[in-house]
Design a protein around this ligand. Structure first.
Ligand code: FAD
Length: 323
């Protein structure tokens, strides 16, 4: 039976996050030839709605209210709830991002529905939708079958392949003025930290530094390498605790979980709590001067050496290839 699946699109700094397009691909698979409806919240342009359509949504709803211009879980959950009541979809897919992790349990609780969080893949067998998700910090995987009610899931960025953009696709974009009341918090201002622009959780290439980087300045060659490759810089908790970098860069069990195509770990020992956040990277390169370091046990390529010698060599090499 075909299904209607709603996808909540996430906008950051005026652009849709890639995970929104990946969510559309997941929704398409669940819909089984039915309808995929994109949902955007707040003051967003029609061109963002159209890009959801170009990536596979059949139509898009823009929920409008001044209190939706900045994210609060209170306002977003009220708006999404109203759209769910109006549309009565069979499924709801959200990115497993900070917002997705915050909003989806609220909605599930409000609907008294189940929720599969942090799905990395899915399959549809007949009427059944089966999601795969990592457990025990990525050491094992479990399959979750949704047997009843709303098929609701958050999907981990960089795991489900988005469709190619098709600029010839068109679909209806409608605006819905939603009712938001009794807010317990209001965002007055958003102050962003300066970054090189590549979102760590969606980056295809990550150059990560650990305590072996030794200082704030020690991160500079890693930043240069990341910029050269169009990637982002990440870090172990060891490096964050030592104040070599900001905690927003922390990868691992208590930091961000990432799935890049390439992860270059520099001066990171490979503690289980770090591995929990990056072991699903497609290719892992480890640079460490200790040949016994645990990071080598999960690395595809290991370089035993001093990162302050190896990273500049890599920069030189990539520069010569790029010319
Ligand atoms: P270290 O273990 O000190 O390793 C530094 C490495 O650098 C060594 O292997 C050394 O050989 C190498 N090195 C030194 N100099 C050089 C050089 N010049 N060139 C090359 N290599 C060099 N950690 C996380 O990362 N993320 C988490 O989310 C996280 N959550 C945690 C949650 C809990 C509850 C707990 C208890 C711990 C958590 N940790 C987390 C901490 C984790 O256990 C480790 O302490 C931490 O990952 C170690 O960081 P590190 O590998 O940078 O440092």
């Amino acid at each position: 039976m075909t299904k209607k699946v709603l996808v909540v699109g996430e906008v950051r700094q005026g652009e849709l996050r890639n995970v929104s397009f990946e969510a559309i691909a997941a929704a398409k698979q669940i819909s089984d030839g039915g309808e995929v409806v994109g949902l955007l919240l707040g003051n967003v342009s029609d061109s963002l709605a159209n890009s959801m359509i170009q990536y596979g949504a059949d139509r898009v709803i823009i929920a409008k209210h001044t209190n939706l211009d900045s994210y609060t879980s209170d306002a977003y959950s009220q708006a999404i709830f109203q759209v769910l009541q109006e549309e009565e979809p069979d499924g709801l897919i959200v990115g497993h991002t900070s917002i997705g992790k915050d909003i989806s349990p609220r909605i599930a609780a409000k609907l008294n529905s189940g929720l599969v969080s942090d799905a990395i893949s899915l399959e549809v067998i007949g009427e059944q939708v089966i999601f795969t998700r990592p457990i025990y910090s990525g050491k094992a995987f479990e399959k979750k079958m949704v047997t009843d009610g709303l098929i609701m899931a958050t999907i981990r960025p960089n795991n489900i392949q988005a469709f190619q953009k098709d600029e010839t696709r068109s679909g209806e974009v409608t605006t819905l003025n939603v009712d938001i009341k009794d807010l317990r918090s209001i965002v007055k201002d958003v102050v962003r930290k300066a970054t090189n622009g590549v979102d760590l959780s969606e980056a295809k290439i990550i150059v990560a530094g650990g305590r072996g980087v030794k200082s704030k300045d020690g991160f500079k060659p890693l930043e240069e390498l990341a910029n050269l490759l169009g990637g982002a810089v990440g870090a172990s908790r060891g490096a964050c605790d030592a104040h070599y970098c900001d905690y927003s860069l922390q990868i691992g069990q208590t930091g961000k979980v990432v799935t890049p195509d390439l992860y270059i770990a520099c001066g990171i020992s490979g503690a289980i709590q770090h591995i929990a956040g990056m072991s699903n990277a497609k290719v892992i390169v480890a640079i460490n001067k200790d040949p016994e370091a645990n990071i080598f046990s999960i690395a595809d390529y290991g370089i035993v050496g001093d990162l302050f010698e190896v990273v500049p060599l890599l920069i030189e090499e990539f520069k010569s290839v790029a010319v």
